[in-house]
Design a protein around this ligand. Structure first.
Ligand code: PLP
Length: 370
């Protein structure tokens, strides 16, 4: 039986994308970023495919994601970078997860959490103003790291940061952040630390800025076959996810019919309408009401009226569709269907959000599982 609403995840495409991305940074190790349920693609199968596909590291944001991976049987190099004072650092350390310290205080909390000696990477804020130690706080962090490592309390394994504008290669922030990062590398070395992993690049910088590849690159969005920005070509990668659903109803209507909540679309001629059984409760962005399209047999069918919680309506004027036919909300685009990037444009957001926010009632089907 076909699922009513299905996400097809092509693991062969994912592994091929990782391989293609390694060619952009052949000297660097590769961290596959699998946070947020692997950008909506499903944590466990993607993590497994990343390991099979040769990724040296996995990276996640939240401790819960890192622990889930361990509970799921993953035992390889794994880093987690967004913790709070209430975080159970001992559980993470005991599970062999590498942590990040963004302040001297946080490093101290990590150092005193477990009887095991934690492996910790230092994060410097080079100009994103999110996490990471900034200015004199970084000097503090380095001094604390030297002390705690000398006392055998921690092993400082890395130094890293994150770029604000990597998807705009010409933005002056990129030069400025690279310079601040290079100064930070100097500072830790001068202080006597020799972190083995130095890293700064996300997908966009992996593709556009070899000078920041250092020892490792962290690839997220491009590994899922989505460009970090529509202006930024990524030859060699292809979308991993196809999102599709079976039409739940098909009907003919005359001109002058108001469609969906608020009657925000009125038919201007007789047409046929199809009902797609997914909505914002499944993560389909309501902002794409009256703007998105779905693909069927090479045609694009426009969304008519408001996208509801569980369903939305499309115009079948272009295709003689029948109830039960599968329409593709987005996919690789090979058969004329929209891509996640097209939906992002329709919804006024970025493609990262389109795939990551998918929730609710999808069946995830994996192709190419090993
Ligand atoms: C999400 C994230 C990445 C991956 O970014 P992409 O643009 O998806 O490649 C890399 N590093 C950090 C710290 C992140 O939070």
């Amino acid at each position: 039986m076909t699922a009513q609403a299905e996400l097809l995840i092509d693991l062969d495409a994912y592994r091929a994308n990782l391989a293609a991305l390694r060619e952009y940074a052949p000297e660097a190790k590769q961290m596959a970023v699998v946070k947020a349920n692997a950008y909506g693609h499903g944590l466990f199968p993607i993590a497994q495919a990343a390991r099979d596909g040769g990724a040296d590291w996995l990276g996640v944001a939240a401790p819960s994601e890192a622990l889930l991976l361990r509970q799921g049987g993953d035992s390889g190099p794994l880093m987690c970078w967004l913790t709070t004072p209430g975080t159970d650092f001992a559980a993470l350390i005991d599970a062999g997860i590498e942590l990040t310290a963004s302040s001297a205080e946080q490093l101290q909390q990590i150092a005193s959490a477990s009887r095991l000696r934690p492996r910790v990477q230092l994060k410097v804020d080079t100009g994103l103003a999110r996490n990471g130690a900034f200015g004199p706080d970084f000097d503090d962090l380095v001094a604390t790291a030297v002390k705690l490592q000398a006392a055998g309390k921690v092993v400082i394994t890395g130094l890293w940061s994150h770029l604000a504008c990597a998807d705009e290669p010409e933005h002056p922030a990129n030069d400025s952040q690279e310079q601040v990062f290079r100064n930070a590398i100097e500072a830790v070395r001068t202080a006597g630390l020799e972190p083995e992993l130095i890293h700064l690049a996300n997908s966009a910088a992996t593709i556009t800025r070899p000078s920041v590849h250092f020892g490792l690159v962290r690839v997220g969005i491009a590994s899922y076959g989505i460009r970090p920005d529509p202006e930024l070509a990524v030859p060699g990668v292809k979308p991993v996810m196809t999102c599709r659903a079976a039409l739940a109803a098909v009907k003919s209507v005359p001109a002058g019919i108001g469609v969906s909540y608020g009657w925000r679309w009125i038919s201007d001629q007789p047409t046929r309408l199809g009902l797609v059984p997914v909505g914002y409760g499944d993560g389909i962005d309501r902002a794409a009401s009256n703007r998105g399209t779905v693909g069927l047999n090479g045609s694009r069918l426009p969304v008519r009226g408001t996208i509801c919680m569980d369903q939305f309506v499309v115009d079948l004027a272009a295709e003689p569709a029948a109830v039960g036919d599968l329409v593709t909300l987005f996919g690789p685009g090979d058969n004329g269907e929209p891509t996640a990037e097209d939906w992002a444009e329709s919804a006024g957001t970025i493609a990262y959000e389109i795939v990551t926010r998918l929730a609710g009632r999808w069946t995830r089907t994996y192709l190419g599982a090993r």
